[in-house]
Design a protein around this ligand. Structure first.
Ligand code: HPA
Length: 274
């Protein structure tokens, strides 16, 4: 009997392959504020999620739901304009289905981006952070359930989730562009509520530098199926309790939008070299 997760994946794959034979090298997931980057590349194909049989469709305002396939300076890419979050009510296997699908389409590298709250006192709103490692222990692993052995092993090694060479590439590229970069550990909580001040202290004492509601689970799935991974967080705010003002999604979006031009420059330059 076929693994139901793999079966669904195969049906999504068939659905995409009916529309295009494009083979991406880099898979890019766009976080808050970055969505329209996808429209600035040399587009070959646009596939709305709802046209893919069984594909989870995002419901967050500001997150569009479609794949854009094309080229960034000759590098074939598949871009997710809008990701699916666990807090929307999807199972973790559905949340990571897009990542696995992009792998099956041919992507070898996964480039993760997100908006996150700064937990490290050295960070400021508007900083970019290269993700060096992650804590995903507060969300269920997307690998729970029968192992999808066609993709990877039951017990996957996690000693270098975020590829060192790709991290170096990000730092070199950013330096050339004169874009400052922080680095640190990303912790994923479920959301959709932001953290309490006590939870933010907890995150910090556990060794996290930034907190968000996505990304780490996607990295687990990508690591399981053997993709090379890199990630950048846009620190849109200091996490709750670290500044006077309460948090709201609008302010998070405003900072994400304001930092988008630099973020896009960095993405283009870095991906061109991948
Ligand atoms: N917490 C969690 N997720 C976030 C935050 C935050 O402060 N800012 C942007 N995404």
């Amino acid at each position: 009997m076929m693994n139901p997760v793999y079966e669904k994946l195969q049906s999504c794959l068939a659905s995409v392959r009916e529309k295009t034979d494009f083979i991406p090298r880099v898979a890019l997931i766009l976080g808050s504020g970055l969505g329209d980057y996808a429209e600035e590349i040399e587009i070959r194909e646009i596939i709305p999620y709802e046209e893919i049989q069984g594909f989870p469709v995002s419901t967050v305002p500001g997150h569009k739901g479609r794949f854009i396939l094309g080229y960034i300076n000759k590098v074939p890419v598949i871009i997710m304009q809008g990701r699916v979050h666990y807090y929307e009510g999807y199972s973790m296997t559905d949340v990571v289905l897009p990542v696995r699908l992009m792998k099956l389409l041919g992507a070898e590298i996964l480039f993760l981006t997100n908006a996150a709250g700064g937990v490290n006192f050295q960070f400021q709103a508007g900083d970019f952070m290269v993700i060096t490692d992650q804590i995903a222990s507060f969300v269920p692993s997307p690998l729970i359930g029968p192992n999808v052995s066609q993709l990877g092993e039951r017990f996957s090694d996690m000693s270098e989730i975020y590829d060192k060479d790709l991290q170096d590439l990000l730092f070199h590229t950013a330096k050339e562009l004169d874009i400052p970069l922080q680095k640190g550990v990303y912790i994923q909580l479920t959301g959709p509520n932001y953290e309490s001040p006590a939870e933010v202290r907890m995150c910090r004492s556990l060794g996290a530098d930034a907190v968000g509601m996505s990304t780490a689970c996607e990295a687990i799935a990508a690591n399981h199926c053997g993709m090379k991974i890199c990630g950048i967080s846009c620190i849109t705010n200091l996490a709750c309790g670290m500044s006077e003002n309460p948090l709201n999604h609008k302010e998070v979006q405003e900072i994400a939008d304001k930092k988008a031009p630099d973020f896009k420059r960095l993405l283009t330059a870095a991906i061109s070299r991948m």
